[in-house]
Design a protein around this ligand. Structure first.
Ligand code: IPE
Ligand code: IPE
Ligand code: MG
Length: 254
């Protein structure tokens, strides 16, 4: 047993040492999935898994800053997650409130710039206000940009971007002929750091579930069967090592 622990420690140390610190993905996105199954396997209610998942997020944000990731976008609640039982939705909303209350100070101390992305108008007014206050408090931080996607959908993001574009065209500040990829990008929630370099999805499913559709055009994908509550810094390192072993061609040739 002890041997096994020592062996595991050695492996961990060596995988971190293998990282090329000059080739850390700039923008990492994570679909924090598998909380419910993780809890069910332990004979616990799904809420228990969400609670554990929130603790994982705390650890991974610190790990991301330590590894030199510049932008981390995490999927916390999708536009489709409203289909879940009202008790579960209520619990997740309460958890976000608690998470902010418990971790704001530490995020701030770590120079994290928090940003919520998604359509906040459907959230409870007090939660919206807390999000706005937290963003304002960290607005001048210069470290990791942490985008937390709440009531987020990639399609909704594009619809809202189109609405804002149409509005600017109507006002005469934008000409239809001037709309190109660069202009449209500026209307996305994640602007100016749109392009995702590495997309990570734990929880065994291999799909994007309406996350960052525009931003993932040339993202590298990494999946793991581990559920989000079991995700650790070492898992993140494994994902980055895989990223570093790939050849990104962006449609060109080597
Ligand atoms: C992800 O975990 C968290 C949210 C979608 C809010 P799930 O709740 O989807 O967990 P599984 O996929 O059912 O195990
Ligand atoms: C995606 O997970 C959304 C979040 C992790 C917040 P889901 O569990 O909602 O996705 P599907 O339903 O398996 O595609
Ligand atoms: Mg899920």
């Amino acid at each position: 047993m002890i041997n096994r622990i020592i062996r595991r420690r050695k492996q961990t140390a060596s995988s971190a040492e293998l990282l090329d610190m000059n080739n850390i993905p700039h923008h990492v996105a994570i679909i924090m999935d598998g909380n419910g199954r993780w809890a069910k396997r332990r004979g616990m209610p799904r809420a228990y898994g969400h609670h554990a998942g929130a603790n994982t997020l705390k650890r991974i944000v610190i790990a991301a800053t330590e590894l030199g990731i510049k932008v981390l976008t995490v999927y916390a609640f999708s536009t489709e997650n409203w289909k879940r039982p009202v008790d579960e939705v209520t619990y997740i909303m309460k958890l976000m409130d608690e998470y902010l209350g418990k971790n704001l100070l530490e995020l701030n101390e770590n120079n994290v710039r928090l940003h919520f992305i998604g359509d906040m108008s459907r959230l409870h007014a007090t939660l919206q206000q807390k999000f706005i206050a937290a963003e304002a408090e960290m607005a001048n931080n210069t470290g990791l940009v942490l985008n937390v996607a709440v009531n987020y959908g990639g399609r909704l993001e594009m619809v809202q971007a189109m609405q804002h574009v149409a509005e600017d065209v109507r006002k005469g500040t934008l000409l239809p002929a001037d709309i190109d990829e660069a202009v449209l990008s500026r209307y996305l929630y994640t602007a100016p750091d749109n392009d995702v370099d590495l997309l990570i999805r734990p929880g065994a499913d291999k799909r994007v579930s309406n996350f960052l559709l525009w931003q993932m055009a040339y993202a590298e994908f990494w999946f793991t069967d581990l559920c989000w509550p079991d995700f650790t810094k070492d898992t993140l390192i494994d994902a980055i090592l895989s990223f570093q072993g790939r050849e990104r061609r962006f449609g060109g040739l080597k």
